[in-house]
Design a protein around this ligand. Structure first.
Ligand code: UDP
Length: 237
């Protein structure tokens, strides 16, 4: 089976790691994600990953946490490193070679983010996990995903979510909502469909980086996406 994409960036939310739990991570989810990722590495796809931190800490809500926004955001970035390490452990257990690179220096546990080095790892078939988001407060891990995808010249950004694509309305609230197979960046804007936050979305749009939103929790889906099956919703053009 020939993959459609040579190099991808997979964006996973921190919350997805929780599975049915209320906090932290579920080892069954990590094992399933590791197997899914392994299946596309075996096809020869170069895989980079950005993972969120929302299952551990979200900095944005100063009113709720009582912690100043920028300070909380740094805490959120550290949470993404913990998730990155968990995913790294799961992947290595599955026999996949990995490197974790952090946007905030933590030399004992991760390489510093170095773009050319990340590309070299990818060329050697290693999965590269980018931790600590962009390294800057006031950004999200979606933005980190878009930014890193563009930097490494990924063919596409794959946003793994709980829903299987972009709908006319929130399918968890509106039963009449229907799914788009494809949609343009402009249509998303005019219909006010929030695929990612604006900073992340704009980066993709301005750099012609297609986004595929798909359900990562269904085993086999990731492989279907990279082999060109029509899974989820693709945003391009
Ligand atoms: N964060 C940040 N800069 C970044 C990426 C993340 O400040 O470049 C912080 C921000 O506080 C965010 C938290 O890290 O709330 C966790 O990331 P995010 O909420 O994007 O994770 P997800 O929703 O994907 O689990």
């Amino acid at each position: 089976m020939l993959p459609k994409y040579k190099r991808i960036l997979l964006k996973l939310s921190g919350e997805s790691l929780m599975g049915d739990k209320n906090f932290g991570m579920d080892s069954a989810v990590i094992t399933q994600y590791a197997q899914s990722i392994k299946s596309i590495v075996e096809l020869g796809v170069q895989v980079a990953i950005v993972i969120g931190g929302g299952n551990i800490y979200r900095g944005m809500n100063e009113a709720e946490t009582g912690i100043e926004r920028a300070h909380g955001d740094y805490m959120g970035m550290l949470a993404t490193v913990i998730n990155g390490m968990a995913l790294q452990a799961g992947l290595e257990k599955a026999g996949v070679y990995t490197r974790l690179q952090s946007a905030i220096k933590m030399e004992q546990i991760a390489e510093p983010y170095i773009r050319r080095r990340a590309i070299r790892h990818l060329e050697k078939g290693r999965v590269v996990i980018f931790g600590a988001g962009t390294g800057n407060p006031y950004f999200t891990t979606d933005t980190a995903g878009s930014l890193r995808a563009i930097e490494i010249n990924a063919d596409v950004i794959l946003k793994g979510t709980r829903v299987d694509g972009i709908y006319t309305a929130d399918p968890e609230k509106d039963p009449t909502a229907t799914k788009y197979d494809t949609i343009t960046f402009q249509e998303c804007l005019s219909k006010n469909l929030r695929v990612m936050d604006m900073t992340a979305f704009t980066l993709c749009m301005e750099n012609n980086l297609p986004i595929i939103v798909f359900d990562m929790n269904r085993p086999g889906n990731l492989k279907r996406v990279v082999t060109g099956d029509h899974v989820g919703t693709i945003v391009n053009g």
